[in-house]
Design a protein around this ligand. Structure first.
Ligand code: FAD
Length: 379
């Protein structure tokens, strides 16, 4: 057991911290207010190879593993939840392509996506189903060498950006859930106005409308009827992103609280002198360290998946814990700010709004706990 970062991991972490502090911090509030990440920032992230960290070099990735991805996500999310959400949804899409794509599909889609020239999406949620994707109703009808896709996908991250989108639909002959790679903005593809969500702004969320989208048969991802395993595997990897987005938020909450309680004075001394404040600081540190080690371990586990179901349970555990914990941490840090924490002048206001997203996405926290319990009770 070795808890020290390797030299490569330390360098990757330092690079991400440097980028986040120098390039994201000055515009984090702007991203939140405009619900948009400037194009030059996305381009810089591409140059730094942040869009393809766990993907192999042969497909244009940085070959940094999921352990490297965890370190980067933590630093990005510490500064901007919206940028972290964009990166997490993109990496989720790439993870599924990398695992289940044919050599041809990987050569076609991964290199541009790893450089940030395209941004990936992963679409399963529909107006009628979120936690229970077996109920999805989008259809794929075979017509010659094509599948014709119809339906609506709800709350899809990055759907506004060009690039590949892994879309789940029911294949009409087999009636089985099947995955397809759709080129966003192809004919028949359109999106709604962005949802006005509470936090993680800049990570744009829209519905996707599929009206007779013609998908070449070679864009079938995996086999007909393999959609559900692809979905489960993809979402399990995706929970590394949601867990570490929460981890970064917890670190930000700790840092904001520490800064404030040293600056704010009562009767001439910082409020850090109060024991009640010290207890809050200790609670925040405990929450950060527990989330941190769960996430770092999850990154290592993702590099070494032997049993996908066992990994899915570990990912669910980390996601449930980190997602709930960031909300508690942000609230504690806000309490330490008193009324000032409610004001947009203080970062903790945005950190709490961003935190509230964590427990509700990629399967709500209760669903994660049911996965954890299921993995224990079936034994
Ligand atoms: C910021 C953001 C980004 C997102 N990005 C994407 C994306 O890129 N792609 C995508 O496909 N989706 C995305 N989503 C959608 C998200 O993953 C779903 O909304 C989420 O899985 C929850 O589904 P739901 O909202 O339909 O909740 P529901 O499934 O309706 O759950 C509502 C409540 O019912 C409870 N519940 C549901 N089923 C059961 C059950 N069987 N037993 C007990 N309780 C139950 C839940 O615990 C929850 O409390 C995103 C959402 C957000 C907010």
């Amino acid at each position: 057991m070795n808890f020290e970062l390797s030299k490569e991991q330390s360098l990757l972490q330092a690079m991400a911290r440097d980028f986040a502090e120098k390039r994201l911090e000055p515009i984090a509030r702007q991203i939140d207010e405009e619900n948009q990440i400037p194009a030059e920032i996305l381009a810089e992230m591409g140059e730094l190879e942040l869009f393809g960290i766990p993907i192999g070099e042969e497909y244009g990735g940085a070959a940094g593993g999921y352990d490297g991805y965890v370190l980067v996500m933590e630093q990005i999310a510490r500064i901007s939840g919206g940028v972290a959400m964009t990166l997490a949804a993109h990496t989720l899409g790439l993870g599924a392509l990398d695992k289940f794509g044919t050599e041809e599909q990987k050569q076609k889609y991964l290199p541009d996506a790893c450089k940030g020239k395209t941004i990936a999406s992963f679409a399963f949620t529909e107006p009628g189903t979120g936690s229970d994707p077996k109920q999805l109703t989008s259809t794929a009808v075979k017509e010659g060498d094509y599948y014709i896709l119809n339906g609506t996908k709800r709350f899809i991250s990055n759907a506004n950006h060009p690039g590949p989108c892994v879309i789940f639909a029911r294949e009409s002959e087999s009636q089985e859930v099947t995955a397809f790679i759709v080129d966003k903005w192809c004919e028949g593809y359109s999106i709604s106005e962005p949802w006005a969500k509470i936090g993680m702004k800049g990570g744009v969320l829209t519905d996707v409308y599929m009206e007779n989208i013609k998908v070449p048969a070679q864009n079938l991802l995996g086999q007909i009827g393999q959609g559900f395993p692809i979905l489960l595997y993809g979402i399990a990897l995706g929970k590394i992103g949601t867990s570490t987005a929460a981890l970064g938020g917890t670190l930000a909450a700790l840092e904001e609280a520490l800064k404030y309680v040293k600056e704010k004075t009562h009767r001439g001394a910082p409020i850090a002198k109060f024991q009640a404040i010290q207890l809050k600081i200790a609670d925040l540190k405990i929450k950060y360290e527990t989330s941190r080690w769960l996430c770092y371990r999850l990154g290592w586990l993702a590099n070494n998946i032997k049993d996908p179901a066992a990994f899915a349970a570990e990912a669910a555990l980390a996601k449930a814990y980190c997602g709930d914990t960031v909300v508690e941490a942000a609230k504690i840090a806000m309490d330490a700010h008193g009324s000032y924490g409610l004001m947009k002048d203080y970062n903790i206001e945005r950190i709490l709004r961003d935190a509230l997203i964590g427990p509700e996405i990629e399967g709500v926290s209760d669903m994660q706990k049911m996965i954890v319990a299921g993995s224990l009770l079936k034994r």
